[in-house]
Design a protein around this ligand. Structure first.
Ligand code: FEO
Length: 400
């Protein structure tokens, strides 16, 4: 039997680790899995904070009933977030605990009805309301669009524990430990950035508002819905989220190419080499057809410079590059340096689409020259590519 893990007296982790799902939201690669964190406060009144993805319900029930014996009723389910990685077991939990009241805000209630047809035995709360469990007094703070409109955090004012939903979470299952001081945080910081860039990053402005509210609460422990529980240095991940959502980048250049027969790769190899020779140490090259989009987005979020090269495929941008560009436009990145190049043989198309991406895709500063090559790059074409690489490198350094 799985057991609950104690966080503080009467506060427990009752979540689960998912190492079977390949793609989060059906999109984002999970080579190290993901944790769905949920929590129990066992006071005079009992409260669970969020449920779990339905496929992982058995873990959750075992951990919950290791503290609250099965057959004994629960008082409250607090729903911080309705995305089904957390809400997916609500209907089943309601059947097991029919007297339990479900707590959420106005938007939560609309979604509870829309997803699960639940309208009865609920309590609608608003910002600042207090839920008294006995020793523990809980308050609720709205953080809309981090990551959905109904997202909110629950704060235990007694022990200064913040249940922060998606905010400050990251990918990767929890490897034995559940606390930041029990785990290799270098790994989890990379996975937290990948989670932020792909899931939360589009909502950077709401994230900035959420961070201001969280800093005002001054939590001692942060319990996010994914990733490690932050008890040794909770401000560190808050600071990282703050940096990423301000679009503060590091010196480096990501080079992404889409190439059928190696000619476009030949061009981007020349660009990457020129960037390196200009003194940029962080140069990361991705083959758009083979790198999972989530890793490309992570690296592009981290570094200031981006070079995209694409062959023309059936008169258009190469499909994996088109997918990446569409994804990047959706993320609404700011303050990035961009270089573009393309190739064609019997019909142009790729470079024109990259130019449209540069104009409408986000807050990109396009660096000259944009290089277009017919079939295979000549030495003079490659010299243009090197010039583009040098110019991107200089722009990245000048934007410090
Ligand atoms: Fe972890 Fe937006 O759900």
């Amino acid at each position: 039997m799985q057991k609950a893990i104690k966080i503080l007296d009467n506060i427990y982790w009752i979540g689960g680790n998912d190492r079977e799902t390949d793609l989060f939201e059906g999109l984002w690669s999970l080579p190290c899995g993901v944790a769905y964190n949920a929590y129990l406060i066992n006071d005079e009144k009992t409260a669970i904070i969020d449920t779990i993805k339905s496929a992982n319900l058995a873990d959750y029930i075992e951990r919950l009933t290791s503290i609250i014996p099965s057959g004994k009723q629960l008082d409250y389910l607090i729903v911080n977030h309705m995305e089904p990685d957390h809400s997916g077991s609500i209907r089943m939990i309601r059947q097991l605990y029919p007297n339990m009241k479900i707590i959420g805000n106005k938007k939560t209630m609309e979604m509870l009805d829309a997803f699960y047809g639940i309208t009865e035995n609920t309590i609608e709360i608003k910002e600042g309301d207090i839920l008294d469990l006995g020793q523990h007094k809980l308050t609720f703070t709205m953080i809309p669009m981090v990551h959905w409109p109904e997202s909110m955090v629950t704060y235990d004012t007694t022990d200064k524990v913040l249940f922060s939903t998606d905010a400050f979470g990251g990918f990767s299952a929890l490897e034995g430990g559940i606390f930041d001081d029990e785990l290799d945080m270098n790994h989890y910081e990379e996975e937290t950035l990948r989670y932020f860039a792909n899931i939360v990053g589009r909502y950077s402005a709401p994230t900035q508002k959420a961070i201001a509210k969280v800093r005002a609460l001054a939590p001692r422990i942060i319990c996010p819905a994914h990733g490690p529980i932050l008890r040794s240095n909770p401000n560190h991940i808050v600071d990282l989220y703050d940096k990423w959502s301000r679009h503060e980048t590091e010196e480096g250049v990501v080079v992404v190419y889409g190439s059928m027969y190696g000619n476009t790769k030949f061009m981007t190899d020349a660009i990457a080499r020129a960037v390196c020779e200009e003194g940029i140490q962080n140069v990361i090259v991705h083959d758009a057809a083979r790198s999972n989009t989530s890793f490309m987005v992570r690296d592009i979020w981290k570094y200031r410079g981006l070079v995209i090269g694409s062959c023309t495929y059936n008169t258009e941008l190469y499909p994996p590059v088109a997918h990446l560009c569409r994804t990047l436009s959706n993320k609404m990145m700011k303050n990035r340096i961009l270089g573009i190049c393309g190739s064609y043989s019997w019909s142009k198309g790729a470079l024109a689409e990259l130019q449209m991406f540069a104009e409408r895709g986000g807050d990109w500063t396009l660096v000259d020259p944009s290089v277009e090559v017919k079939s295979s790059p000549s030495e003079s074409d490659l010299e243009q590519c090197r010039l583009l690489g040098r110019n991107v490198a200089q722009a990245v350094k000048n934007a410090r």
